[in-house]
Design a protein around this ligand. Structure first.
Ligand code: ATP
Ligand code: MG
Length: 195
C-alpha cells in the first residue's frame, strides 16, 4: 500500500491543502492520504495557533466525503510538540512492511530542511515529496526528494486568519463546513494574535 502523509498546523485547513493532497495522490498513485495536524508546529511562533482540538475537528470536516482521505490525531494526542521522524516511526510500527510512506510538503519546506529533526532517517523511512507552491520556487532540490507540480493556489492559513480578523469573507477558500465551524465558534477574530 502507498500512503501519503500530509502534516501541518492546519490553522485552519484550506483548499490549498486539499488540492495538494488530491494532486499528490493522483500523481504518486497513492491509495490514501492521511492528514496529521501537529500539536504545535516545530518551526514557528505559536501565538496565533488555536487549540489542537478545533484544528483537528476542522480537518475532519474538510475531508468528509473523500474515502481516500483520512485524519490522524497521532501527533495531537501526544499533547506535546512532535517531529515527523517520530510520527514515521510510529506509522511504520502500525502498518508494518509492505506499506510505503510518502511525506508530502509544499515547496516552502525546502528552505527549512536543515532544521528537520533526523532528516536522513526521515528520508530512509519515507519518500519525501515537495509540491510546488506559489512564491517558493522549486530549486536546489536534494536528490532524495521527489518533486510534484500541482495547480498553483496562492492561499495560506495566515492569509485566511488575516481575512477573518479584518472581517472579510473566506467563502470558497475553505470548505463550507469549515467556514461554518469557524463562524459558529468565533475563531480567529482576536485582533491581537501573533500574526
Ligand atoms: P501558515 O500560513 O499558518 O503557515 P499554511 O497555509 O502554510 O499555513 P500549513 O499548515 O503550514 O499551512 O501547511 C501544511 C503543509 O501544506 C505544508 O507542507 C505546506 O507547504 C503545504 N501547503 C499549504 N498551503 C499550500 C498551497 N497553497 N500550495 C501548496 N502547498 C501548500
Ligand atoms: Mg505554513
Amino acid at each position: 500500500m502507498r500512503i501519503g502523509i500530509l502534516g501541518g498546523t492546519f490553522n485552519p485547513i484550506h483548499i490549498g491543502h486539499l488540492v495538494l493532497a488530491e494532486e499528490a495522490k493522483e500523481s504518486l498513485k497513492l491509495d490514501r492520504v492521511i492528514f496529521i495536524p501537529a500539536f504545535m508546529p516545530p518551526h514557528k511562533n505559536s501565538s496565533s495557533i488555536i487549540n489542537p482540538d478545533d484544528r483537528l475537528q476542522m480537518v475532519c470536516l474538510a475531508v468528509q466525503g473523500n474515502d481516500a482521505f483520512e485524519v490522524s490525531d497521532i501527533e495531537i494526542r501526544k499533547q506535546r510538540m512532535s517531529y515527523s521522524v517520530y510520527t514515521l516511526r510510529d506509522l511504520h510500527k502500525q502498518y508494518g512492511k509492505g506499506t510505503g510512506f510518502f511525506l508530502i510538503t509544499g515547496s516552502d519546506s525546502l528552505g527549512e530542511l536543515t532544521s528537520w529533526k533526523n532528516i536522513q532517517e526521515v528520508f530512509r523511512m519515507s519518500q519525501f515529496v515537495v509540491a510546488s507552491r506559489p512564491g517558493f520556487p522549486v530549486k536546489d532540490v536534494p536528490s532524495q526528494i521527489k518533486v510534484v507540480l500541482i495547480t498553483p493556489l496562492e492561499i495560506s492559513s495566515t492569509q485566511i486568519r488575516r481575512k477573518i480578523r479584518e472581517g472579510h469573507s473566506i467563502r470558497y477558500l475553505v470548505p463550507d463546513p469549515v467556514r461554518g465551524y469557524i463562524l459558529e465558534k468565533g475563531l480567529y477574530r482576536d485582533k491581537n494574535p501573533g500574526k
